[in-house]
Design a protein around this ligand. Sequence first.
Ligand SMILES: [Zn+2]
Length: 188
Amino acid sequence: MRPENPGNDRVYNYERSYNLMKRVYLLKAISLVFLSLLLLLLLFRFFSSKQLDDVSPNIPCDQKLLESSDILFVIPKFENTSISTKQDWCKSILALNKTLAIHGVYHSYNEFGEDRSEEYLLEGIEEFYNCFGFYPQIFKAPQLKITPLNKKLVKNKLTFYGYPNQLVHKTYHCNDSGEITNKITNLI
Ligand SMILES: [Zn+2]
């Protein structure tokens, strides 16, 4: 509403420009905080450990990618192939001297997006042991999908890596099948 009195008009205009300025400053402050957080996240991703998902004898994997990653997420029974029956492969992965973790059991689509039994999880853990000679400590679900019950089950035995982990670490995929390609992961 436009006031009728010219004096009131000046006050009205002053208040309007003051409010506008306040909004611009607030917007600038929010942008600055957002950009700082983004920069911090990118810096953190750059220096934090690199992870490689989908490591399996049945999935071709670039040797350079295997060598440049810090944690390898192994699928124990991809396409029903037990890694323990591929001892040469087990040795070659061990020889890389990386932290080895478990990435689902069969890695079917959204495998842990439906409730699984303890036996199911143990099947993967034992398979991992029979390949590498030690039990895994870290678990990441295929497609990162996991039900609350499965999460509880996993956390009873292993350290669980979910979305926050994926945000602060660069994660590559052996067959470059991730939602974010390896090339883009390299950049950000
Ligand atoms: Zn995967």
